[in-house]
Design a protein. Sequence first.
Length: 289
Amino acid sequence: MRRQSLSILLVASVMLAAGCAKPPESRSGETAQVGSCEQQNAEHAAGASFADTLPAGTKGPEMIAVPCGQFSMGSTERPDEQPVHPVSIARGFAIGKYEITFEQYDAFAQATGREKPDDMGWGRGTRPVINVSWDDATAFAQWLSAQTGKHYRLPSEAEWEYAARAGSVTRFTWGDKLGVSEETRATWGGALTGKGATEPVGSFAANAFGLHDVHGNAMEWVQDCFEPDYRGAPVDGTSREQCASKRRVLRGGSWFDLEFAMRSASRAAEEPSTPYDSYGFRLARDLGR
């Protein structure tokens, strides 16, 4: 992608779920709740942290089992964010506690003979991998699935936002502001300062589900293809695979982006074969498979 060519859309979400006590209300009176699956998979309880073991004895990415629930996806802020529609996250899944790191991706690249992506001189190790395409991210997920015997994949757009918000209805997991006083909450704003870089994953506080860096650091590929509105979008938390465009969606903003692109609802789109210095990813994993 070229930064000027990003299609930025916002997806303002309201989290709703049955069977929970009433949480605090947002400015608009909307509520945010998280429930549990009707038949929660017994492999990992909601909120549990785990990492699968690879054949070499090393550990895979640390994952968080996400509780099920419902939320309203979309916003009335822009025509391309409509229609607002209910989404039910009814199947158990886990999502990465952190973005995939250079250390993890480099192990995959070495094992499969792939070229290692450029780190821009910022360092590798536990920094989020960047300069990777959607194709690269899905290849990593397939390799990890083969190594562990578990089904790893990119999260759907709905799963990503549900997990990123973690019950919040504000623009960011901590509230509505991302100004100078909040600069230590995320890595962002390189476009404003003319400089910037990623930070090691987990450098900032986690959200209520235990996920780090859902705002900034690396913009994250998700599974869905891109459409300019939500007409015909899935309502069960699965990914959208039938689109007029071949572009794929990215979420969460990056070290480079400004406040508008950093919100939980923000979307961008890019060709699946295009890597960039702000593109990374985190994985999801189906539970019980």
